[in-house]
Design a protein around this ligand. Structure first.
Ligand SMILES: NC(=O)c1ccc[n+]([C@@H]2O[C@H](COP(=O)([O-])OP(=O)(O)OC[C@H]3O[C@@H](n4cnc5c(N)ncnc54)[C@H](O)[C@@H]3O)[C@@H](O)[C@H]2O)c1
Ligand SMILES: [Zn+2]
Ligand SMILES: [Zn+2]
Length: 334
């Protein structure tokens, strides 16, 4: 089978590999689509994602496909099933796994990060991370279930009510997913701040966003929102997120900055406004919700998937040679 193997920092090789062996609790998947995101940019450049990736390794952690074979103890899927694969595998033994916070697992492993992933015609995953897809979810859209599940985890960490007015800062793929997810969870008004007029307009026209700010020329108002989601990861937008809060507000710091970055905020605000400022890491137990949001049409990703690449185009994309990408998926097999 054909595999795109990361062999070193910013080095890919297309290789022909043997079909991987499956253990009794594992599943062999024929990859259909693999989404590519900022984490892949980091791993390609030698920076860690949710965990470090050690070459030689096959990336691809946002995968959909069709089950090719199952181990003798597998009960949840069978050959021929269309599936989405949660990349994150928890040890089940550490203090965080044993206290219902598996995303903080001390021994996190992940398909497409610490073990071979979906940028290959086939890959192996434990049965516990496979989810059969409803018939009406196309395999292409299903490659975005992992990022949707990260947005679902983010909103799970908040206390949401219909009366709230929410602002999402960041018009990348994740920010646009949050704009839809917050509405699906009942928030009555969602505004979006970004840097691309066409994306901001599309979110008003298609996705129910009420108001927008282009931060290249407009200021985000202060003291205005009950919920603010930061989905950029820059100190400036992180500061703006805190400034945009009303009394009693919640801020979700979803964007990922460089490891050494800091942002400025008025610490008195935390006390006076009784702010809750939370981080959000990956996607524990949110795949079922993400699949339901997609299957019900409450989240619509098709207009957001701007590019479909072949395996041999991934390196050019990660080298920044393709412009105007909103969300890219790699079509690995039909
Ligand atoms: N916490 C998690 O589990 C998790 C999961 C996935 C992604 N992330 C992080 O979420 C962030 C967003 O992810 P993404 O896939 O959308 O990446 P992305 O790079 O597309 O998102 C950033 C987007 O923010 C917009 N932006 C840039 N500067 C801005 C500004 N000054 N004001 C408003 N918008 C601005 C741009 O449209 C840019 O595309 C990234 O930092 C990513 O690492 C976190
Ligand atoms: Zn990703
Ligand atoms: Zn653990």
């Amino acid at each position: 089978m054909k595999a795109l193997v990361l062999t070193g920092i910013k080095q890919f090789e297309i290789m022909n590999r043997d079909t991987p062996f499956i253990g009794e609790n594992e599943v062999l998947v024929n990859t259909a689509y693999a989404g590519v995101c900022g984490t892949d940019h980091d791993l390609y450049a030698g920076r860690p994602g949710s965990a470090p990736a050690v070459p030689p390794i096959v990336l691809g952690h946002e995968n959909s496909g069709v089950v090719a074979a199952v181990g003798s103890q597998v009960t949840n899927v069978k050959p021929g099933d269309r599936v989405a694969v949660d990349p994150n595998i928890y040890c089940g033994q550490c203090e965080f796994c044993l206290t219902s916070r598996p995303e903080l697992c001390d021994h996190l492993s992940a398909v497409g990060v610490t073990r071979d992933g979906g940028l290959a015609e086939q890959f192996v995953a434990p049965a516990s991370v496979l989810y059969a897809l409803p018939d009406n979810v196309p395999l292409k859209d299903a490659a975005t279930i992992e990022p949707i599940s990260c947005a679902v985890h983010g909103v799970d960490l908040l206390e949401l009510h219909p009366y709230q007015k929410a602002l999402v800062i960041g018009d990348g793929f994740m920010g646009q997913l949050f704009a839809q997810t917050l509405q699906a969870y009942g928030v009555h008004r969602v505004d979006l701040a970004g840097i691309f007029d066409d994306k901001l307009e599309r979110n008003k026209a298609l996705f129910g966003v009420a108001g927008t700010y282009n931060t290249r020329r407009e200021r985000i108002p202060e003291e205005s929102y009950d919920v603010v989601i930061e989905a950029v990861g820059l100190p400036k937008t992180q500061s703006d997120a805190v400034k945009a809060t009303k009394k009693g507000a919640q801020v979700l710091m979803f964007g990922v900055g460089p490891q050494e970055a800091h942002f400025e905020m008025n610490t008195y605000d935390i006390y006076k406004k009784q702010l809750a400022i939370k981080g959000s890491f990956i996607n524990p137990h949110t795949f079922r919700d993400a699949i339901s949001l997609l299957a019900s049409g409450k989240i619509n990703v098709a207009p957001l998937i701007s590019h479909e690449f072949e395996l041999d185009q991934v390196q050019d994309f990660l080298d920044g040679k393709v412009e105007g990408v909103s969300k890219a998926v790699v079509k690995v097999a039909a």
